[in-house]
Design a protein around this ligand. Structure first.
Ligand code: NAP
Length: 242
């Protein structure tokens, strides 16, 4: 029997446990998947005394776990966040599979005849994995943040031309996530999308978010974060079995 799990702070609505328990049942895999709610990341080393083979990591520990790990995979190091830990012979290695889930769920949406530039809305944890994936694909990017920084623009600074030129719009903020489903991003009215555009929302609940409704109303192709979530979980499974 192998043991896996998820660490985070509040895990009542977590996807991973349901996903892996169902997978283990369907595929006849002898394994358990447990949610570990940690009040602080300082509780992480205590978990390693048990019989755990692998862990997923979620909010708010994806970055704070880094100093507690023995080794970091080079992608996780570059992103600065870990969402998957392999525990082998008492040694922990941190990986990031969010970027792979994002990239592999996005790629099939591309029209091969178009060159994509991306607008990334939000500049938090999820944006790091998205920006890394976009860089791997050589996609030019603008980051939009509520606060002015050297590497980003504000929502007010978005122009009609950016709307026309940047065909890929990605929401990495929690705006519109259940239960605040009617919350909207402050994207200016001058941004007009078309059937040439893709709107990708990392949120998976609800299926059709306020951001995706906005894109769909102008004919853009839309995609929510469900497949990204499934693909990052499967990448983690591959790592635990490697
Ligand atoms: P986060 O760190 O709490 O927020 C990300 C960024 O969103 C913030 O840094 C902020 O950027 C912006 N933001 C937050 N509240 C906002 C508001 N009221 N209005 C406008 N912008 C706001 O969250 P996260 O961990 O990056 O996750 C973001 C979302 O991605 C969540 O919904 C999460 O569930 C989802 N996610 C999905 C997957 C998946 O596999 N599908 C994986 C990871 C995360 P600025 O301060 O720079 O504006």
């Amino acid at each position: 029997m192998r043991n896996f799990g998820l660490i985070g702070k509040t895990l009542t609505h977590s996807f991973s446990q349901k996903y892996f328990e169902q997978k283990f049942k369907i595929e006849g895999i002898k394994a358990t998947y447990t949610n570990y709610e940690l009040a602080s990341i300082q509780e992480f080393p205590k978990l390693l005394d048990g019989n755990i083979n692998g862990l997923n990591v979620t909010i708010p520990y994806k970055t704070s776990i880094l100093p507690y790990l023995d080794t970091l995979d080079e992608n996780a190091k570059a992103i600065g966040a870990v969402n998957c830990v392999q525990i082998k012979n008492g040694k922990t290695t941190g990986y990031n599979t969010d970027w792979i889930g994002f990239m592999n769920s996005l790629k099939p949406l591309f029209d091969v005849d178009k060159t994509y530039k991306a607008v990334v809305l939000g500049n938090g944890g999820a944006a790091k994995a998205v920006l890394y994936a976009l860089a791997q694909m050589d996609i030019e990017t603008i980051i939009v943040s509520r606060t002015k920084q050297e590497t980003s623009v504000t929502y007010e600074e978005l122009t009609t031309d950016i709307g026309l030129e940047y065909l890929l719009w990605i929401n990495t903020t929690p705006v519109g996530m259940f239960p605040e489903v009617n919350e909207k991003l402050p994207i200016p009215k001058c941004i007009q999308l078309s059937a040439d555009h893709i709107c990708y929302d990392l949120i998976y609940n609800p299926e059709l978010t306020s951001f995706l409704k906005w894109g769909k109303s102008m004919g853009a192709l839309t995609k929510n974060g469900q497949e990204m979530l499934e693909l990052q979980a499967e990448e983690g499974w591959k790592i635990w079995n490697s």
